[in-house]
Design a protein. Structure first.
Length: 108
């Protein structure tokens, strides 16, 4: 399922009991509302415990985007943030992997 607008596209997929959320574009004050609405609602409603948020295709992210990522992380018991090394400054208490395959290996 792809949810998009001009600034942020969200691709949501589920494999091996893990929810994969792939973000494309810009995650900022305006677009973080969309992430909160779509992903946080899904996490709350379905009760998913394993999520990987892939931000490798984000062009930019601001502090509001970081707060949205942290909110998703707090909802799930096993959350991972998929990033390229040195892509963003680390958010305290978040777990990181460099690719989605690594995330699947950690959860199996």
């Amino acid at each position: 399922m792809i949810i998009g607008d001009d600034m942020l596209d969200i691709d949501i997929d589920s494999k091996c009991g893990i929810l994969f959320v792939r973000l494309f574009g810009t995650l900022n004050k305006e677009t973080s509302k969309k992430l909160n609405k779509e992903v946080t609602k899904l996490l709350d409603d379905v009760g998913i415990n394993n999520i990987v948020i892939n931000i490798q295709n984000l062009l930019s992210i601001d502090m509001y985007g970081m707060k949205s990522l942290k909110r998703c992380y707090k909802i799930c018991k096993n959350s991972l943030l998929c990033v390229n090394p040195n892509q963003i400054s680390k958010i305290e208490d978040l777990k990181y992997v460099t690719d989605e395959l690594s995330a699947v290996r950690l959860n199996t």
